[in-house]
Design a protein around this ligand. Sequence first.
Ligand code: UDP
Length: 341
Amino acid sequence: MSILITGGAGYIGSHTAIKLLEAGYDIVIIDDFSNSHPIVLDRIREITGKDFTFYEFNLCNAQKIEQVFAKESIEAVIHFAGFKAVGESVKQPITYYQNNLIAVLNVLHAMHQFHVNRIIFSSSATVYGYDNPVPFTEEMPISATNPYGYSKVFTEIMLADIAKASPDFCAVSLRYFNPVGAHASGKIGESPVGTPNNLMPYISQVAAGKLDHLAIFGNDYDTIDGTGVRDYIHVVDLARGHLNALNYTLQHTGNIAINLGTGQGYSVLEMVHAFEKANHVTIPYTIQPRRAGDIATGYADPTKAKQLLHWEATHTLEEMCASAWHWQKNNPNGYSENHTN
Ligand code: UDP
């Protein structure tokens, strides 16, 4: 039996693939490299010393998914594949809804056809929207303000409906907070195409001299120093959360959403200073107006993950910053020359 990992060549998917291989699972990866690179597969093999089956196609192709389910003996699915840039989703809603929703529907349909009952879905803290107070707990109402966020909300709703209709079904939606850092080997990490949208890869590229300075989006929020506060979580902790969630789905039925965060918020300025201190570099920055759509503060209540998944984040902020820099220094252009700015 194998675990199907869609989007297994991506940032979180590749770290999770390593955890599963290390834990002795057989895995099958499907990826279309739309936001990743084939070399990731070699790096996963190098790090783990293990092999796996790989298929390259886009999940909007339902027929190909069915062929994989017909050929492989799939026990559970971890569904990472999807577009993830909020700003881009506002400009290209059809592309986002098509890629993120048709894909998951195709996967769910194939699972139904082939009697595969377990799925772990990459959801996001973005579903907590603007109006919930921190810390965010899973029982809070969910909402969205952009097509990317709605694709997460809609998928969570679909999973709940399927679980209601199928008593044997088990779905875990993992609501990620802000994944940062990289594998200790420095061989896999976050490789954004073009200029990064997220804070940590942006800081790394400023430290590397690829970008001139960091633009901090607002210093007039009601936070410790006026800059936005988020719950940054080491990607290796996040990957381990998937392993625990997989074990959960093997023993339970029903539908559940679980936060994967540390429960600790840090401001943008705290992140800048932590990165400088951990890596002995200087990050020049300017203060710019707030970015549209940003909330002041977001961090998790991680209690449910602790209780149900027996999981909690263990990596420190210093380790997050050091591993991000290690990856950046080892791979100045990410996975390929095509991934430069
Ligand atoms: N941020 C920033 N400059 C950047 C990118 C991000 O000041 O170039 C801030 C952003 O306003 C937010 C925090 O860093 O307060 C985290 O942003 P990111 O895009 O990484 O994650 P998200 O907004 O999705 O939580």
